[in-house]
Write a protein of this length. Structure first.
Length: 126
């Protein structure tokens, strides 16, 4: 057998073996939109009526609190559960003030700061 015929045949066999055989069909991941590495989770809230979930993070080195709101999405791998989907907004409170990721939206800043600071920490197992 000539090497010019042999090499394409091997490549075709290798590529055929790389096809997805997942029983769940095609797996897609949502876009990466918020980097929570280095942040500690303080608490979370789920609002089924609005279809959102919110996570409160502490950014200790920068002395900030970040309230991140996501749209809920179905978890294909666990029936009846929901996971965080698209990022809706990020709110940051620190010593310098309050910032949010919705440009042009008028926000009651003192009320939002109070809301963030009034959150009770969740109990997480160690």
């Amino acid at each position: 057998m000539k090497p010019t015929i042999f090499l394409p045949a091997i490549a075709a066999i290798i590529l055929a073996g790389c096809q997805s055989t997942s029983p769940y069909g095609k797996i897609t991941l949502r876009g990466f939109s918020f980097n929570d590495s280095g942040l500690s989770v303080i608490t979370y809230q789920i609002n089924d009526k609005a279809g959102t979930m919110t996570v409160l993070y502490s950014d200790t080195p920068h002395q900030q609190l970040k309230l991140v709101t996501y749209r809920q999405q179905e978890n294909k791998f666990w029936y009846g559960s929901k996971i965080n989907g698209d990022l809706l907004k990020v709110e940051t409170a620190d010593r310098k003030g309050y910032y949010h990721s919705e440009p042009g939206k008028v926000v009651d800043t003192p009320a939002r700061i109070r809301f963030i600071l009034d959150q009770q920490p969740a109990a997480f197992p160690q």
